[in-house]
Design a protein around this ligand. Structure first.
Ligand code: NAI
Length: 354
């Protein structure tokens, strides 16, 4: 069956899709605005290669929906959107390319606010800012004491782990065994925080230098494959690499009774959230646990203070507690409860569309 873009968007409750083309610069992309009930749609600008326009459109819509949920559950007055730019084989003038993109963003009159994402950097955001104010992560915006969101994302993940452990009857992280997949910006900071809190670590990353750093600095044990990490009898499994980790096969291998980590889109499909519940695994929904990144970026735009932002990030603990309680009472998987909670807030808010 040929791909039906509008029906796909409708199924995902995505309200707007804008196709952007600028021949002189080679710009081709999609801006998906999923929902603006709570406020302007904030979401990064992804600049990677796609094998087809269909893949790019699907990615933009799915990611925009994820941003709607993430903003809603984080208590932000923001909607969800995403830009996906199809990276050309060769880019002639990167500055002109991102300025052309910025002009498209500007035409949306602030319904979509763009930001850094895979493949884009601060310079690109500065170039966009030269033609529109609807951008964050620029070099001139107010900076926190940390220059990128990862330490704050890791702080939120640690709060998430504490909340899951508490819900399972534990009292602290001291002596707990935590398996971390992915030791990049977030995973490394998380390992550092957990080590400082007295946890024992087993780690895996495809980049062996990153593994060595955690072994040397935190006394972590290491394994050499994802399967080996899944089979590690840890108390918590923290996915901090890429998405798509959990399907029937990997869930069957998993020994840890808790999952809480930073990676986006950890479940291959929503049904795998149900499977985790059937298996008695407490799953902290990814878009709740990793909300620190969005809170950091949003603060750059709304000029919220660092203290206020940190307090919201620490609030991930309580949000998860509520999700777990509702999940236990209703016997509905935590992932579905988190989606319901995000949708409830949107439904309660009057629509503000022209
Ligand atoms: P990163 O790119 O700095 O680190 C990812 C790490 O995962 C790298 O060390 C890489 O070698 C490793 N990796 C890749 N594939 C792997 C595999 N199959 N098995 C094991 N390791 C693998 O990314 P970052 O910024 O640390 O983000 C990690 C995850 O958290 C991503 O899914 C990202 O979308 C998500 N996230 C990050 C936020 C942030 O503030 N950086 C905010 C919210 C979500």
């Amino acid at each position: 069956m040929p791909f039906d873009m509008l029906h796909f968007a409708e199924d995902m409750h995505c309200h707007e899709i804008h196709m952007v083309i600028d021949e002189p610069t080679g710009l081709e992309g999609v801006i998906a605005i999923h929902d603006t009930t709570l406020g302007p749609a904030l979401g990064g600008c992804r600049f990677i290669e796609y094998s087809s326009t269909e893949d790019a459109v699907k990615d933009a819509i799915r990611l925009a929906q994820g941003m709607t949920y993430k903003a809603s559950i984080a208590g932000l007055d923001l909607g969800g959107g995403k830009a996906v730019l199809l990276k050309p084989k060769k880019i002639i003038d990167r500055k002109a390319y991102f300025q052309a993109f910025g002009r498209f963003v500007h035409q949306l009159n602030g319904r979509y606010i763009t930001a850094e994402d895979s493949g884009t950097d601060t310079q690109d955001m500065d170039d966009i800012a030269s033609v529109t104010p609807y951008v964050c992560c620029t070099s001139v915006q107010k900076k926190f004491s940390v220059a990128d969101p990862s330490p704050l994302t890791a702080r939120g993940v640690k709060k998430g782990i504490e909340s899951t452990v508490r819900f399972k009857g534990g009292s602290s992280l001291v002596g707990l065994h935590i398996a971390i997949q992915g030791l990049g910006h977030v995973g490394y900071n998380l390992a550092s925080f957990l080590n400082a809190a007295g946890a024992r670590l087993t780690v895996f990353d495809v980049d062996t230098a990153r593994v060595k750093r955690c072994v040397d600095e935190f006394g972590a044990k290491s394994v050499t494959s994802l399967d080996a990490l899944l089979k590690t009898p840890a108390d918590v499994f923290a996915p901090c690499a890429l998405g798509g980790v959990f399907d029937e096969r990997t869930i069957d291998l998993l020994k840890a009774p808790i999952i809480a980590g930073a990676a986006n889109n950890q479940l291959v499909e929503p049904k795998h959230g149900d499977y985790l519940q059937q298996k008695g695994v407490l799953y902290a929904p990814d878009f709740v646990v990793n909300g620190g990144g969005l809170l950091y970026v949003a603060a750059q735009y709304t000029q919220s203070s660092e203290e206020e932002t940190i307090a919201r990030i620490d609030g991930i603990y309580n949000t998860l507690e509520e999700i777990f309680k509702r999940s236990k009472e209703s016997q509905i998987a935590t992932h579905s409860i988190a989606c319901l909670m995000a949708e409830e807030r949107i439904k309660k808010t009057p629509k503000n569309r022209p």
